[in-house]
Design a protein around this ligand. Structure first.
Ligand SMILES: NC(=O)c1ccc[n+]([C@@H]2O[C@H](COP(=O)([O-])OP(=O)(O)OC[C@H]3O[C@@H](n4cnc5c(N)ncnc54)[C@H](OP(=O)(O)O)[C@@H]3O)[C@@H](O)[C@H]2O)c1
Length: 264
């Protein structure tokens, strides 16, 4: 399913060194996008950049950055702009998850989670949207979660951060209607990546667990179709349709099933 209509366009992917972001980068390269790859792990980014340039002949640049640091998004934006690179598709995928009781988790680490999942994502969108608006063309893909549809005990801060991502993206999609720019929010369910290893999320029924490649492909297609929100996987989609009509006590109980919540 490769296509040349994206030739010369450039996508920036945050969290490209692993999991869903790495698979999104592979799909974008196979579809002829040049790439700017962002994460903290320089070596993993460089290995992926080499792999994708060799396999698809696309231009790849790495931007090692820690999005939990205040001002990181601004530094990335200026570095990309000063290099003369125009971003046609922005993927805000980098995210952190912490499982455990809110009071037992380290406060500074939870604030770092908010910095990556919310603050940096918002800043990246604001900064890279401006030149897209000038060109009247662009795509933004934000990665939320099915946790955005319900409060999740023992993932309280994570789920709330993803509710922000979905609400923000949905509002922006509407605000940008007619501007030539689309904002797509991808909501994966439990996906087999490093993020869920060692957490209770791995114990959900296997029919609900997806592989990162399938999730990334669904996200790419939804983004290219200019869809506002996409829930990955039919089982997740049906579950989220069902949950919309349930009373809040039941929604909280379903959230508890997602993370059984050992104290960590
Ligand atoms: N896996 C799931 O079950 C699941 C479900 C729903 C939604 N999601 C969402 O999907 C997105 C991708 O998750 P994943 O499962 O692919 O996770 P993952 O395998 O843990 O990958 C996370 C990526 O984010 C990067 N990252 C983490 N902290 C960062 C920081 N401070 N600065 C810059 N980059 C950082 C990591 O790279 P470095 O460590 O090299 O920095 C890595 O590339 C996240 O937003 C996550 O919330 C995941």
């Amino acid at each position: 399913m490769t296509t040349n209509e994206n030739e010369g366009q450039c996508a920036l992917v945050t969290g490209a060194s692993a999991g869903i972001g790495q698979e999104l980068a592979r799909i974008l390269a196979a579809n002829r996008f040049n790439l700017v790859l962002l994460a903290r792990s320089r070596d993993k980014l460089q290995a992926l950049a080499n792999e994708l340039s060799a396999a698809h002949g696309v231009r790849t640049t790495i931007v090692p950055a820690d999005l939990s640091e205040p001002g990181a998004a601004q530094a990335v934006f200026h570095a990309v702009r000063d290099a003369g690179t125009q971003i046609d598709l922005l993927v805000n995928n980098a995210g952190l998850l912490m499982e455990g009781r809110f009071n037992a988790l380290d406060l500074d680490k939870q604030l770092q989670l908010l910095q990556v999942n919310i603050v940096a994502m918002t800043a990246m969108t604001h900064l890279f949207l401006a030149p897209m608006l000038e060109r009247k063309r662009g795509r933004i893909l934000n990665v939320a979660s099915i946790a955005s549809f319900m409060p999740v005990p023992n993932l309280a801060v994570y789920a709330a951060s993803k509710a922000y991502v979905r609400s923000f993206g949905d509002a922006l999609f509407q605000e940008l209607s007619g501007s030539g720019i689309t904002v797509t929010t991808l909501c994966p369910g439990v996906t087999d990546t490093g993020m869920v290893q060692g957490t209770d999320l791995g114990s959900v029924p296997s029919v609900m667990i997806m592989d990162p490649k399938s999730v990334a492909l669904e996200g790419y297609r939804a983004c290219m179709a200019g869809k506002p929100v996409h829930i990955a996987g039919l089982a997740n989609e049906l579950a989220m349709q069902w949950i919309k009509y349930q009373p809040s006590w039941l929604v909280r109980a379903v959230g508890s099933v997602l993370s059984k919540g050992r104290d960590r």
